[in-house]
Design a protein around this ligand. Structure first.
Ligand code: ATP
Ligand code: MG
Length: 389
């Protein structure tokens, strides 16, 4: 019989109560992911393991390997926990992959089973494999082929493939954050990293109206839908805020070089209001130190206080290449033809705006009222399983 075994890394280090809670949230997320793919299954959680049984173990493993909290998933053959049976099954596995001249290693574990220890298990399996493929050699550091065997109270497991999962913590274990989503490359990655760390996410996008790019909102909706596919079965909301009235006001100001600072502060102010309304603990954005004028350390220090809740910046120390690589893996990378076309950004934005000047301007234009009004008229797009509902 085959089963899919899930490894979950870091959750292992938690106290028993926390571990139990996290595993129960993760198995529920796994159930939702399999349900979204129409894969019938049964989940069991014997000590320290999550095992999934179903008719299509390969498809189950592939679906589960996209679940946050999962370090890896393997299709295993389940046997009894006696050493000879495990060795015989391991030989069958090795027979499919191990060719003369190749090196191999046996990785063995044992718990709750008496009569042999894990080294003895590894040795027995190793010699059975050598009987079958005598021209193979053992290499424990960089083998061409690895077979994993486990003897546990509930039975024996043999497998030789691992599908890598995203790792992180189960979605929904860490409370809600509000992630600012734009049409760019960075912010979807920032949102994904917080999801991977267990935060429920709600997205917010600031729409520039006639001052923004032509197809900005469609791109944001694509990012939003794509990110929802990472949390199957969970609805993901995108709140769209109308920034046009604010832009009307700031283009009339004499000093164009502070516009980006004023704009970013406005975004945080509005998002902060919306976050508090929903009970989200923090904002998340795709800021990346030094990337553009509004992301110099000096300007970030002036921008951040506009938010009424903490601002998390998971990409702050990344290099652009790393962000692009992640965006590709997540599925939100889109090569852009030209600029996104914000028509409000000045040619020479200030890289170190004086905080007092900014606060003065905001008082003059009534930024707080404008923000409250903007927060009062949001459109909501709900996405689920990769699609806008
Ligand atoms: P990205 O950073 O997502 O690639 P960008 O480069 O257009 O997009 P920046 O000017 O770098 O955006 O802004 C920094 C962060 O501010 C973004 O990562 C995003 O979190 C947020 N942000 C920018 N524009 C918007 C917008 N129109 N709506 C919501 N959030 C935005
Ligand atoms: Mg950016």
């Amino acid at each position: 019989m085959e089963a899919v075994m899930i490894r979950y890394g870091e959750i292992f280090l938690k106290s028993e109560t926390v571990k139990r809670r996290f595993i129960s949230i993760m198995t529920e997320n796994i159930r939702l992911a399999l349900e979204a793919k129409g894969l019938s299954h049964r989940i069991e959680t014997p000590r320290g393991r999550i095992l999934i049984f179903g008719d299509e173990p390969r498809r189950i493993a592939a679906a589960v390997a996209g679940t946050f909290g999962v370090v890896s998933a393997s299709v295993c053959t389940m046997t009894s926990s006696d050493i000879d049976t495990i060795a015989a099954v391991a030989v069958e596995h090795a027979g499919r992959h191990l060719r003369p001249g190749m090196s191999f290693a046996v990785r063995a574990r044992r718990s709750g089973v008496e009569g042999f220890n894990s080294q003895e298990l590894a040795a027995a399996v190793g010699s059975a494999i050598l009987d079958r493929v005598p021209e193979a050699t053992v290499d424990l550091s960089t083998p061409d082929y690895e077979v994993f065997v486990e003897a546990r109270e509930f039975g024996g497991l043999v497998y030789d493939e691992r599908l890598k999962g995203p790792g992180g913590l189960p979605y929904g274990t860490q409370g809600e954050v509000m992630a600012l989503l734009s049409e760019g490359i960075d912010s979807p990655v920032a949102s994904w990293l917080m999801m991977r760390r267990g935060c429920r996410v709600v997205h917010v996008h600031m729409h520039g109206g006639r001052f923004g790019g032509a197809d900005g909102e469609e791109t944001v909706l694509r990012h939003h839908a794509r990110l929802s596919a990472w949390v199957p079965g969970h609805p993901l909301d995108l709140l769209v805020v109308d920034m046009e009235p604010f832009f009307e006001v700031i283009i009339a100001l004499k000093e164009p070089r502070y516009r980006c600072i004023l704009c970013k502060r406005f975004m945080l102010r509005v998002a902060g209001i919306l976050a508090e309304e929903r009970g989200a603990y923090a904002l998340v954005n795709g800021d990346n130190l030094g990337q553009v004028a509004s992301q110099t350390l000096a300007n970030m220090a002036v921008i951040a206080p506009a938010a009424s809740v903490p601002v998390l910046r998971p990409l702050i120390g990344f290099d652009k290449e790393e962000i692009v690589e992640r965006a590709r893996a997540i599925g939100t990378f889109e090569a852009r033809a030209g600029s996104t076309g914000c028509t409000v950004a000045p040619r020479y934005p200030s890289t170190a705006a004086p905080a007092a000047t900014i606060v003065d301007i905001e008082e003059k234009i009534g930024a707080k009222d404008l923000a409250a009004r903007a927060a009062g008229t949001v459109r909501v797009y709900r996405a689920k399983n990769g699609e806008i509902a």
